[in-house]
Design a binder for this molecule. Structure first.
Ligand SMILES: O=C(O)CCC(=O)C(=O)O
Ligand SMILES: [Fe+2]
Length: 297
């Protein structure tokens, strides 16, 4: 499954089903692995796509966009040109996936129960390899996740991904060096913005809530990583193939990742407060606060 290796972690766990009851060992390994910054792969967990849903598997449903997005709280779907029955079919598929991903997180990570909140769900029907985008939006470059419009205020970004490629093709990622190495390399260049700037962004509706100094620095880090061609090529990294019908999860604000190729994926985002972690000192918030020697939220 992997080539090369250097401190970067990808671990497979033999969890059998979305709603299976995991053993205590499995739960401990999942929690510790995720917080250490590993990608946890669940090779046996696939998502069952119904025939009516499969009929909609085409990049055409997103037009010039890359994702269909779904809000599980309101059941509102966006980013697709599908209408009528097709739109309802897509919504149902995303709702079902979202529900299963939430059940998985609940069972596998009971330590986070009651603290983790469900964010957006997405369906990604466009082939990644060869997709044309600006460097900032180019997810074939290694990066940590940061959201420009929806600040996380220090919370962790936990994501569950499932490869639903109907032809059995893998999704291929690169996984980069650990967060403390990234922070060590780029941290001194990250700037805490002037206090008034966050208010202006919110007032202009660039952000939906206040962009904290942490959010601003994570965006800078995301950009600095992506923009640095030498870093992209030379930093410690490994290539990972996630097979069709497999699921994987990671704190993508911590794990340096790049999606290199693949088509048709489902994804669910969760947010977790830092104080819900077993080891909060591993959070990007705490690591950046230590480097800057000040609070960032
Ligand atoms: O689509 C993927 O496989 C991952 C892309 C990515 O970088 C992300 O969703 O944060
Ligand atoms: Fe990402």
């Amino acid at each position: 499954m992997t080539s090369a290796t250097n401190h970067v972690g990808v671990s497979a766990l033999s969890h059998p089903a979305w709603d299976a009851e995991p053993s205590a060992d499995l739960r401990r390994d999942a929690l510790a692995g995720l917080e250490r910054g590993e990608v946890i792969v669940l090779p046996k967990i696939g998502f069952t796509v119904l025939p009516v849903e499969l009929d909609l598997f085409s990049p055409r449903i997103v037009g010039s966009l890359k994702n269909v997005s779904f809000d599980p709280a309101s059941a509102r779907i966006g980013g697709t040109s599908a209408a009528g029955d097709d739109r309802r079919t897509l919504s149902k598929m995303l709702a079902r996936f979202s529900h299963q991903a939430a059940a998985l997180v609940d069972r596998l990570l009971p330590a986070y129960r009651g603290r983790v909140t469900r964010g957006r769900t997405s369906f990604r029907p466009v082939e990644i390899a060869g997709r044309k985008t600006s460097w900032r939006k180019d997810d074939t470059r290694l990066h940590v996740d940061a959201f420009p419009a929806t600040p996380v205020h220090g919370r962790r970004i936990l994501r569950v991904f499932t490869n639903v490629n109907p032809e059995g093709r893998p999704r291929t990622w690169r996984v980069g060096e650990p967060f403390d190495a990234i922070a060590g390399r780029f941290g001194s260049a990250l700037r805490v913005p002037l206090p008034g700037y966050a208010s202006v962004l919110q007032w202009l509706h660039v952000t939906k809530s206040r962009r904290t100094p942490y959010d601003a620095m994570m965006l800078q880090l995301h950009d600095r990583m992506k923009r640095d061609d030498g870093y992209q090529q030379r930093c410690a990294q490994l290539t990972v193939d996630f097979p069709a019908r497999s699921t994987w999860m990671a704190f993508t604000d911590q794990v340096s990742h790049a999606a290199m190729s693949g088509q048709y994926q489902l994804e669910q985002t969760f947010l977790l407060p830092v104080d819900a972690m077993q080891e909060p000192d591993r959070a990007p918030l705490r690591i950046l606060e230590k480097i800057k020697n000040r609070r960032l939220v």
